[in-house]
Design a protein around this ligand. Structure first.
Ligand SMILES: NC(=O)c1ccc[n+]([C@@H]2O[C@H](COP(=O)([O-])OP(=O)(O)OC[C@H]3O[C@@H](n4cnc5c(N)ncnc54)[C@H](OP(=O)(O)O)[C@@H]3O)[C@@H](O)[C@H]2O)c1
Length: 320
């Protein structure tokens, strides 16, 4: 099979096309002919050697974990009816033309949904839907979303809006802000402006009941001052270089419920439930996947470079 492999920790150039043996499905597993592969920001960070404490990785390795495709072969004990089904799954070694997954980890893609959109929802749709459950976003809540223009941010904006909450989205640049607004944000604030915290506070009408921080670093730390006492704060994002470092004494004194990256590592049963939910929301037209650019698998390194440049509006995916 064709794959893209990280040869050693480094820049996008260490991610190169290789040919590897096809994986063989074991008992209860299937072989997937992969159509589209999800890319997420953290994969670009892991490629540099960042984040070993959360996600230990040793080169050479094939990155990626979310794919969509068609079941091409069955391992022992798998019912014949799975052959030819369109599916999504979390897999090991995702940047490849073929993948193996347990039947118990597959989600059938509804006929009305294309495999490109399905691949885009494997990570982002699941985490976004899971985050809203975790932070119990309810109608009337004021919700501040950092990284609102990103793969997961664009989904969070839509799901939060459809729950009847007030959405204030933070992003960078007119084009991304316009997209966030179009997706249902009540207000947007450009984080390039030095007075963004004051603007965000005004848009929130005081403070946020829920802060969803998909950016981290200084932006995430500053956002703590915008969280209401007794509110919820999820510090799950680190594209700025690190998760937000929050003053735990302040968090506890103000009665803020804090969530982190460990809270969005969902057990298998939740993953399947949240995947189905995200796919069904997309079929129903309530969740729009914004695709920015699709790269050939052999150009995975270029895809990583594009993610790091932050110039593409919408999600970047790989195709086989
Ligand atoms: N996707 C998932 O399922 C998942 C699961 C768990 C955790 N997370 C975490 O959630 C975060 C967002 O993930 P994603 O997949 O949605 O990523 P993404 O699509 O690449 O979006 C990242 C967002 O962060 C902003 N950003 C990037 N670099 C930045 C920087 N240096 N300073 C400030 N803002 C920056 C970008 O906004 P602008 O370019 O507009 O500034 C963009 O909106 C990541 O940290 C990821 O690890 C994601």
């Amino acid at each position: 099979m064709r794959a893209a492999q990280v040869q050693k920790f480094g820049g996008p150039e260490v991610l190169i096309p290789v040919t590897l043996p096809d994986p063989v499905p074991g008992p209860g597993e299937v072989l997937i002919d992969v159509a589209y592969i999800d890319t997420i920001f953290v994969e670009t960070q892991l490629r540099t050697g960042w984040g070993q404490e959360f996600f230990p990785t040793t080169p050479p390795y094939v990155p990626g974990g979310g794919v969509s495709g068609v079941v091409a072969a069955l391992g022992p004990e798998v019912p014949e009816e799975w052959l030819g089904r369109r599916v999504t799954s979390f897999v090991q070694d995702g940047y490849a033309s073929r993948a193996v997954a347990a039947v118990s980890a597959l989600t059938v893609v509804p006929d009305a949904l294309d495999l490109l959109a399905a691949a885009a929802l494997v990570h982002d749709g699941v985490t976004a839907a899971g985050l809203l459950e975790l932070t119990a976003v309810a109608p009337g809540d004021r919700v501040l979303i950092l990284g609102a223009s990103g793969g997961m941010g664009t989904l969070l904006v839509q799901l939060t809006h459809s729950r009847g909450a007030l959405v204030v989205g933070l992003a960078r640049g007119a084009e991304k802000l316009a997209l966030v607004r179009e997706l249902g944000a009540d207000a947007t604030v450009d984080v390039s402006a030095s007075d963004w915290p004051e603007r965000a506070r005004a848009a929130l009408g005081g403070a946020a009941d829920v802060v969803l921080d998909g950016v981290g670093g200084q932006l995430g730390a500053t956002a703590l001052s915008l969280a209401a006492d007794g509110g919820r704060f999820s510090a799950h994002g680190a594209p700025s270089g690190g998760f937000a470092t929050l003053d735990t004494e302040e968090v506890s004194r103000r009665g803020i419920k804090l969530f982190g990256i460990a809270d969005v590592q969902f057990p298998q049963a939740d993953l399947l439930r949240l995947t189905s939910y995200a796919l069904q929301e997309a079929v129903a037209g309530r969740l729009r996947v914004v695709i920015g650019e699709v790269f050939e698998l052999a150009r995975a390194g270029d895809a990583h470079a594009a993610i790091a440049r932050r110039g593409v509006v919408g999600k970047i995916l790989l195709k086989v």
